[in-house]
Design a protein around this ligand. Structure first.
Ligand code: ATP
Ligand code: MG
Length: 368
């Protein structure tokens, strides 16, 4: 490199460093300094940087409880292997079926009243598997538990870690799990089924086997001071040996009608005068959908209303009468609204666009 090029490179690096430092991205500053330390041909610069980095672990790397340990990163890419939420925040309180809620409360209580267990010669539950379709509150449950226990939540997204670094995933996984074991936290291993999905070539199968072995060992050895949660949408893809290792399993389901009603009401009660009616109507119209889909639809209606200066009701109505709902489904919905007493026949007609005569005829044929 000529002197000129070298000085340009230094300016470029300096500007980049200034940019990330000024935008408060400490983690990136650390990663960048690591890279410089590795790349530079000046040994005194390299050792000065390494020394500084050693003395000042990243701020987001926790640590309230363990100030000297840095969050694990992939050694070559510096890709961050874990996401850490120091104090998990929930957008709103979750709604769960009774059995799920009871189990989540139990897990928290076991930790809060540890002496009661220890006294009886027992340990708290260490490993729990969350199963269920997307958008029903599995990740939220991990946040909820961490918040209740006032511990940081560490999230390891297995599919992200595996997608680009399969060759090193075993090492990375061990690294991450060792780190999580060393601090007082709740660990969520998200998308656990990723471990079972990539079966495309023989080299990968070997690596996957090693991964499963690492995971099984760690599950067996997990200390009772920690809580390891894992979540999957595809429990059926998991090796039964993995399943069996978890001490408890919690099956999250799609919300029932009552849960949809309560959820829609909580989303609308402060912003829509007819929140109650809409909660009833949407509990029928959106049944079978996940919490996150329902939330997305209600929020989209709210956005449209805010932008157009119209009422939220107008936009919620499009959820019922839009053309992508097949005609027979719309008729069925109109009949159910009238039949259950949620809406009069006229209101059911207004909401769904189905002719009043059709609604009346259907109800008559059902003996109303
Ligand atoms: N049980 C619930 N009660 C209230 N809100 C919920 C519930 N489940 C999901 N939500 C809403 O949907 C969002 C997404 O939920 P979450 O990320 O917990 O789903 P998940 O089950 O982990 O889905 P995935 O399998 O796709 O990771 C939450 O942030 C929340 O706003
Ligand atoms: Mg999730």
């Amino acid at each position: 490199m000529s002197k000129m090029e070298e000085s340009e490179k230094i300016s470029e690096d300096f500007i980049h460093l200034a940019r990330i430092a000024l935008s408060d991205r400490q983690q990136d500053v650390h990663a960048f300094l690591h890279r410089i330390a590795k790349r530079t041909e000046d040994p005194s610069l390299a050792s000065a940087l390494v020394e500084l980095l050693r003395k000042r672990p990243t701020r987001s790397s926790t640590l309230r409880r363990s100030p000297t340990v840095a969050l694990p990163v992939d050694t070559d890419s510096r890709f961050q292997l874990l996401r850490q939420e120091e104090r998990p925040v929930l957008p709103h309180e979750p709604i769960y079926a009774d059995a799920v809620q009871d189990m989540l409360r139990r897990l928290v209580e076991e930790r809060m009243r540890l002496e009661a267990l220890t006294h009886a010669g027992l340990e708290p539950t260490r490993t729990v598997l969350f199963t269920g379709p997307p958008g029903v509150g599995k990740t939220m449950a991990a946040r909820w538990i961490a918040r209740e226990l006032d511990r940081p939540l560490l999230i390891l997204d297995l599919s992200a870690v595996m997608s680009s670094y399969l060759g090193r995933t075993g090492t990375n996984l061990r690294y991450v799990l060792d780190y999580a074991k060393s601090i007082d936290c709740v660990l969520l291993v998200d998308e656990l089924d990723a471990i079972a999905k990539r079966r495309d070539d023989a080299a990968e199968i070997g690596e996957l086997k090693r991964l499963v072995t690492v995971l099984l060992q760690q599950l067996d050895d997990w200390p009772s001071s920690g809580l390891l949660l894992a979540a999957t949408n595809h429990a059926e893809l998991l090796d039964p040996a993995v399943w069996r290792r978890f001490e408890e399993q919690v099956a999250f389901g799609l919300p029932d009608r009552e849960a949809v009603r309560a959820f829609v009401n909580s989303l609308l009660e402060l912003v829509e005068p007819n929140a109650r009616e809409w909660s009833d109507v949407l509990s029928l119209a959106l049944s079978g959908q996940s919490f996150s889909d329902i939330e997305r639809k209600v929020n989209s209606a709210r956005r449209s209303a805010a932008l157009n200066g119209t009422s939220i009701s107008d936009h919620l109505a499009t959820l019922l009468s839009v053309n992508d709902r097949p005609k027979n489904e719309r008729i069925e919905l109109a009949v159910q609204l009238a039949e259950s007493g949620i809406a009069s026949q006229r209101r059911a007609h207004e909401l769904t666009g189905v002719a009043r005569e059709t609604i009346r005829d259907r109800l008559r044929s059902k003996g109303f």
